[in-house]
Design a binder for this molecule. Sequence first.
Ligand SMILES: [Zn+2]
Length: 222
Amino acid sequence: MCWLMPLGGVGVSRISEPLVFVGHRFVPGPLPAILLAEGKSASEHKRVEEHVPGGLTHGNWLAEMKFIADSMVGSLARWLRAMGQDVVYDPFMPDSMLMRRAREEGRILLTRDTRLLLVKDVPAHLFISHDGLEEQLAQVISTLGLNPKEEEFLTRCMECNGLLESVEKEAIRGRVYPYVYATQENFQECPDCRRLYWGGTHLPRLKEKLQRLLRFAREKER
Ligand SMILES: [Zn+2]
């Protein structure tokens, strides 16, 4: 299954390259199989290396992918976070800041905004070519060769991307409903937005949804 979509397919003809990495194309597959499929000259390889922040090799960068999502793919951002992926998303972030953070932090821009792609020196990006969440997740996972691990599910705050930390039950007394406090033992807190998370009846359903989304993506890869 190939996810690469030429921009011409959405009615903009100026850029004819597939909208994956700037001027380049990833082929779907596991990470080691990611190739520059077109324009394999040394200078083109160098252009990809230029996107890699200092101190990281190209391989490390791919293995530790981080993302920044535009305002059109908020749901995708939240569910990638739920799978443990590092995704900056703020629907009010100006485009200029979005681009700057993508470059400075080595984040891959996930975008459905064709305007952004016309900007000179657009950072490394993946154009999200679907409307539905399941298809969008499948596109990101298969195109970039992501391998979300179940043990990393629900380790990030879905609201702000913070890495959750365990907190003592006593420390959060009064911050949750009495029924929750009385019936739950394990609590986690987002150090950034202070949101509290706990288990409960919805947790198995949430994990099942994540597993289902992942299965859907894996099936699309075949
Ligand atoms: Zn948070």
